[in-house]
Design a protein around this ligand. Sequence first.
Ligand SMILES: Nc1ncnc2c1ncn2[C@@H]1O[C@H](COP(=O)(O)OP(=O)(O)OP(=O)(O)O)[C@@H](O)[C@H]1O
Length: 525
Amino acid sequence: MSPGAYRPEYGNDAVASPSGVLIGVSSLDPGLAPSPRAETADQVELFRVLVVDDDEPVRRACCDIAESMGFAVISAGTGAEAQAMMRRQPIDLLLLDLKLPGGLSGLSLLGEVKSLYPHTSVVVMTAFATVSSAVEAMRIGAGDYLTKPFALEELTSIFSRVEQTWHLELETRRLRESMRTQKGLGNMIGRSPEMEKLYRILTKVAHSTHPVLILGESGTGKELVARSIHFGGPLGPKPFVPVDCGSLVPTLIESELFGYVRGAFTGANKAKTGLLASAEGGTVFLDEIGELPLDLQAKLLRALQEKEVRPVGATFTVPISARVLAATNRDLVSMVEQGKFRKDLYFRLNVVNLKIPPLRSRREDIPVLAMHFLERLERETGIAYELSDDALRTMTEYDWPGNVRELENAIERASALSSGPILHFNDLPSQLQDSHRQRRMQATITIGRGERPQEEEMVRRSPGSGSAPAAILSIAEMEKQAILRTIRQLKGDKLMAAKLLGIGKTTLYRKLKEYGIAEGGELGD
Ligand SMILES: Nc1ncnc2c1ncn2[C@@H]1O[C@H](COP(=O)(O)OP(=O)(O)OP(=O)(O)O)[C@@H](O)[C@H]1O
């Protein structure tokens, strides 16, 4: 491209007064230029950008913008220079002008980069007249393109988008690493600080005989914890008797728990030992204790205090020596306040309590749990299932209201639906897919507005800071805005917009019709 062939629309200052530190004839300055984040390079992995354009003012301006966003930047004026630089150091984003002087064209360099460095993202720059080569570049593997002249906002938006993807990929690599290295305690998987704390208490209580109250949302692993306490301690060889207080028929709870004598009621043809006594010095696990009716709470309390039970219809008592573990997902304290749970029984059971945190507050455990369930599937089916990057990321972002049980089911369902050993995003349950789309749409909107992603915004905003929270938008409205903004940014290129939004062209047209958006209307084209 000849110098001065176009004037970029990012303001003359950037072109007229380049930093002079980063930019220059690249062959004289092949190393990574210092950036504001370079001081902490030991701890922070820098996003590395290589700008390749023979038009020096444009090259400098692009470098300045990348530098102002905190990236490590180098630049080259020819394909051969860029090639040499890429051999020397890894590059995360190559911003490449397609029309370069010398023997190595932009397209040839792109082809080489895609085969040698598949993880490097490439964004091509092209003059309007050569848009067809941009299409060719996308076919070879460029992730995006900018048509010259472009506005500052377009470049920063592309930089942000690619950097965000790069962060996600970095995160995925770390997640995969953690999948290999972390396990847990016994059958319990998870190495988050929360779980480490739980294991410390669990190991101690396993060697005592006190009652333990295990608290946590449904599916967090309360029964697994109860089993770990029992099998990890001296009572391990004795029976472990789980009793689901929530599923026992109310009229039968008493006879199930305490047993009965022959003839105690119609159908009692022979005596039966109750669950409490049948544990014979082992452990009785009273699951869903919050569901126990009040009258039985009184009887259970008496049995625990006196260490004996009176079977239904009996005139004698039977000693019980089992340890009692109880669990609930209910808030027993407020049940006590409301008179729905006996205070004295609560104190009796709550000698030690263990709180299992929900999965969403220990997200680092998600990949390792997923790996655990994949390995279990492999043992059962002989198929070595794996999660695609998208699926893994979606799982890590999701809030898991059903906790580990929901995760376990999601993996099983995905394996049943997948067409091969790789479990893809589309194989995941719909609630995960929906939640991921919602996040992505929100991110597209905030990035398009030049804002930080909403979650970060919420964290930054302290209560009483005075800044009004963003208006809550419906999903449909968020979708509409994301579509409109993308089309506008792409100057009406709907094909490219559909590609960037990850939806089909037909879907895009259908949605535009649904929103009642006519050509040239809200799109401004
Ligand atoms: N840390 C963990 N490591 C491995 N598997 C786990 C873990 N936590 C839970 N699970 C698995 O998740 C499923 C649900 O766990 P569990 O039944 O113990 O939960 P729960 O809290 O007792 O649920 P609910 O309150 O609904 O009875 C089980 O298959 C269990 O093996």
